[in-house]
Design a binder for this molecule. Sequence first.
Ligand code: ATP
Length: 297
Amino acid sequence: MVKYLSLKAYGKVNLGLDVLRRREDGYHEVRMVMQTVGLYDKIDLFWREKPGVTIETNLYYLPANESNLAYRAAALLLEEFGIQSGVHIRLKKFIPVAAGMAGGSSDAAAVLYGVSRMFGLGLSLEELQRRGARLGADVPYCVMRGTVLCEGIGEILTPLPPMPQCQVLIAKPLVSVSTKSVYEKLRVDALTPEQHPDIDGMVDAIRQRDLMGVAARMGNVLESVTASEHPEIGIIRQLMLDSGAVNAMMSGSGPTVFGLFTSPRLAASAYEKMRYGAGSQLVRQVYLTNLFNRKSI
Ligand code: ATP
């Protein structure tokens, strides 16, 4: 038994996001290339004698109860394994919330891993992924991490070779958006063939370690939905391109925009512009980070 664990829950960006169709049950069939980035939430896990889960977070507007995905991840394992003691979770958020970076899913993945270790449950990553799928479509990916092709509703995972390293500028606009409402507004039937990103071409480029080939194929069918309501997304994207990004795009259902840079110098000056210059009126959070490609949590 381990009495204390400190965990990092990394965020992701979508290098490509395509939606194939809406299923009868309302879920959407997707093809996405996901990439973990170096921006993370900090999670402290404390063993406690009293059974059950308690949680505290640094953000007043996040639920500090069973609605929090981190709470639900811990409760799921404590219940399944009939554990007679409990855990306290201290969650410090850095990943923008409701922003298309899978922050909640990543917290859940880290807590699944942490609780398994704390109580010596010995669950493999595959076993954690299976349980994660019950908490949310992105949780299995957040257990796996790295560069991954996600299909089905996001739960069918094919690990890819690590994407070549580069700088990633992340900018979260002032607004937040709900993933559900963006998918509801998407008219899959109305998409033209050109609007679908070339996911197969991107996967080939990743296999060939061709960063520019990946950048050339970046695309997100959800961007038109979110960006039509929030034009600042397009402005931020253009600012990143003008600052020397090899490409820039909205992540997931947004509104976070990220840009890839192959020059640390250009990336640093783009960060300055976004933080203090032309972009500063449009964004709430700005981070300059890297790709994160270490596999196990
Ligand atoms: P995705 O990229 O998977 O669509 P997201 O960035 O849109 O994720 P999250 O930040 O994961 O969204 O959270 C969305 C909602 O889930 C928030 O509005 C919040 O109230 C709720 N939530 C529950 N647990 C958490 C958590 N640990 N961190 C962030 N949000 C959480």
